[in-house]
Design a binder for this molecule. Sequence first.
Ligand SMILES: NC(=O)C1=CN([C@@H]2O[C@H](COP(=O)(O)OP(=O)(O)OC[C@H]3O[C@@H](n4cnc5c(N)ncnc54)[C@H](O)[C@@H]3O)[C@@H](O)[C@H]2O)C=CC1
Ligand SMILES: CC(=O)[C@H](N)C(=O)O
Length: 373
Amino acid sequence: MPVARMLQQVVGQMPGRPACGCWTSAPLARFLGTSPRQIPADANFYSSSFSGTDQPRVLITGGLGQLGVGLANFLRKRFGKDNVILSDIRKPPDHIFHGGPFIYSDILDYKNLREIVVNNRITWLFHYSALLSAIGEANVSLARAVNITGLHNVLDVAAEHNLRLFVPSTIGAFGPTSPRNPTPDICIQRPRTIYGVSKVHAELMGEYYHYRYGLDFRCLRYPGIISADSQPGGGTTDYAVQIFHDAVKNGKFECNLKSSTRLPMMYIDDCLRATLEVMEAPAESLSMRTYNVNAMSFTPEDLAQELLKHIPEFQITYNVDSVRQAIADSWPMNFDDSNARKDWGWKHDFDLPELVTTMLNFHGSDTRVAQAN
Ligand SMILES: NC(=O)C1=CN([C@@H]2O[C@H](COP(=O)(O)OP(=O)(O)OC[C@H]3O[C@@H](n4cnc5c(N)ncnc54)[C@H](O)[C@@H]3O)[C@@H](O)[C@H]2O)C=CC1
Ligand SMILES: CC(=O)[C@H](N)C(=O)O
């Protein structure tokens, strides 16, 4: 007998179950737990996913980081500006505040999160709030709270309100005992950072809520993401973002990883497109709920050589950060994303030459504008 059916029979006999015996997506613990958040057994979890239009009503948590504003702009083009709400615990700059709906949302405040989802009739949630690898090692207790307790709140609200939920994982969800070259979707995952541990937890908890409560959970393991118009948030791959700014501005860059450190990387446009494509993929096409996605892998030396083709006077020096280097040495060198390419047609657009040209065009034009002003 399928596990789900067996569980349904067991749960159906539980006291306090709705008379209909219907299978609610609400987490079982809410009926049996002693949590102050316990919901009356006769609560009717009418799915609030019907937003009255055929467009998703989107909430992005942690939206003011390196990726969230780009995601909001990308999704607003697809679903309409007013259907995508950006949120964070920080004050947005004026151009972001006036660029579309923004709301304060602290994922550690479960009631606040629940209120936002109900009052705004949210149907899709992109959960970006997190402390990344290096900053997480500098503040383990905060990283554990945001990346784990915050995730639990998001999972419960998503299950209670039948949301389609995207949670990004990372190359950092693997560790030194994982195969590194290449790293497949399914293999040993014993990361050595609180960031990586919290992301493996997110993958496992999201998949549990999917199989146990029917939550439409979808997850991509992002490589190091490179963006031109936003600053990185304190990770190990941040060098690959900062190098472009420094190369154009100063003609030189001091790299905090060894020249031979190979890591999977991706341009932000590919990242955001992969995120939307997996969220729009028909459920029946998904043989998994957590996928690796890949574009390229390079070392600081590879990147410097590509930059030299455009900026012949560019100089790179190395001042290795031992914390970041130890993290990078435990991460994948190359990512196997064949399942994403097979199941939902993933295909990257930007390889290293295209990345460098695109980033320099942005920074170069930006610098030219700066000189003109
Ligand atoms: N940028 C990258 O290269 C990669 C990012 N990812 C994942 O993508 C997501 C977004 O990444 P980034 O934008 O780079 O992160 P980031 O570190 O730049 O931004 C994270 C945001 O979370 C917010 N935040 C912190 N505590 C919060 C709380 N209690 N409630 C609500 N928001 C809170 C911060 O204010 C910040 O704006 C993260 O989950 C990250 O793990 C995964 C792999 C690579
Ligand atoms: C690859 C990531 O998850 C992030 N950029 C980090 O370096 O922590």
